[in-house]
Design a binder for this molecule. Structure first.
Ligand code: 3PG
Ligand code: MG
Length: 403
């Protein structure tokens, strides 16, 4: 996909002295502090991932405006808990400079000089943001000379600051984070080194059916896990006892398997599993061959033989896409499968891309961040990419680059 890159504009001096508007995704989790009840950031990955665009703009001598949404506030209704104030404070620490927070900024009238950076208050407080109203888009476009889309986590939304402004700003380009996500995604899905293996796991087939269908005509192996694997086992005629599954989706599961098989690809079905009689961290874990799963068993992980077989496949892969832990890895007794998958991804020479909240938690738990090729900052956006959709951000930036 062809799009302008902010790094190129900076390198060629086109950002110097210009008003640069960066849409970042600084939507971080907040929690009321125990001592004073003030909101505190509990996890700042997205803020840190957004720094390169800001530093790039500052180094280029631009007048820098940054905005983001935080949560899903009501437009036009200001409440203190919707404020980006904690984000401004954290940014200021990380950038080592003051970061003024500007409220009511849509009509301009605030000061920002070349070499300065200001944070514009929660963009979802502006009327028309969600629906991308043309009036708002026109105002946003007037605020800047260059619009930088760097919010991959929000790239699946067509809102005022993620889409409208990309149409109205004099120049619209991708920031380094968005560009890196685009590059990693095309490396993994558009031009993958084969074999391409995808791991799609989670509790429900229904929430990931489009992903399974879309991947079924791209990948060489589709490893399923969690409740999704239970539904596939049931579809393959295996007993799953009391396990979480969706019997009304058996036909869809069979269709995915048939589509894969017709191309000489496969959905590897577990041959052994770890079961318990109840869903609890201290429940007794038993390894069983799948044929031996009893009526009152709950399948909570893949078994060691299955894990070893999948690990060997992952070691021989050219590309790996990972979304979802294969077992209840929060419970130690049922974490073996997810750990084996994580370690296999870490030691595989394949290019790997991983995304999704639970997946990131598993990656952190096993400390394999450095060995994963690319860790996506997108939740919903990453899933929509796997569904085979063109995200609005990518579409509009490509269109602007072609114009
Ligand atoms: C997220 O946290 O998933 C992104 O920031 C997008 O937020 P949204 O789902 O509220 O659009
Ligand atoms: Mg979300």
């Amino acid at each position: 996909m062809n799009f302008l890159r902010f790094s190129d504009l900076c390198a060629s001096g086109q950002a110097t002295g210009k008003r640069v508007f960066i849409r970042a995704d600084l939507n971080v989790p907040l929690e009321a502090g125990a001592l004073d009840g003030a909101l505190q950031i509990t996890e700042d990955t997205r803020i840190r991932a957004s720094l390169p665009a800001m530093r790039m703009a500052l180094d280029a001598g631009a007048a820098v405006m940054v905005t983001s949404h935080l949560g899903r506030p009501s437009e036009g209704l200001w409440r203190p808990e919707d404020s980006l104030a904690p984000v401004a404070a954290r940014l200021s620490e990380l950038l080592g400079r003051p970061v003024p927070l500007i409220a009511d900024w849509v009509d301009g009238g605030f000061e920002v000089q070349p070499g300065q950076l200001v944070l514009l208050e929660n963009c979802r407080l502006n009327q028309g943001e969600k629906k991308n109203s043309p009036e708002l888009a026109a105002k946003l476009g007037r605020l800047c000379d260059i619009f930088v889309h760097d919010a991959f986590g929000t790239a699946h939304r067509a809102e005022g600051t993620t889409y409208g402004i990309a149409e109205t700003a004099p120049l619209a380009c991708a920031g380094p984070l968005l560009a890196a996500e685009m590059d990693a995604i095309s490396k993994a899905l558009a031009n993958p080194q084969r074999p391409l293996l995808a791991i799609v796991a989670g509790s429900k087939v229904s929430t990931k059916l489009t992903i399974l269908q879309s991947l079924s005509d791209k990948v060489d192996g589709l490893i399923v896990g969690g409740g999704i694997a239970n539904t596939f086992m049931l579809a393959a005629g295996l007993p799953i006892g009391n396990s979480l599954a969706e019997p009304d989706l058996l036909d869809q599961a069979r269709a995915v398997m048939a589509a894969m098989k017709a191309r000489g690809a496969e959905v590897p079905i577990p041959t052994d599993v770890v079961v318990a009689k109840r869903f609890a961290a201290d429940a007794e874990a038993t390894v069983k061959a799948v044929a031996d799963v009893a009526a009152d068993d709950l399948i909570l992980d893949i078994g060691p033989a299955t894990a070893a077989r999948l690990a060997a496949q992952l070691e021989g892969a050219g590309t790996i896409v990972w979304n979802g832990p294969v077992g209840v890895f929060e419970f130690e007794a049922f974490a073996g499968g997810t750990e084996a998958i994580a370690r296999a991804i870490a030691s595989s020479p394949a290019f790997s891309i991983a995304g999704g909240g639970d997946t990131l938690a598993a990656i952190a738990k096993y400390g394999i961040e450095p060995q994963v090729g690319y860790i996506s900052t997108g939740g919903g956006a990453f899933l929509e990419v796997l569904e085979g959709r063109t995200l609005p951000a990518f579409e509009v930036l490509a269109r602007r680059a072609a114009a």
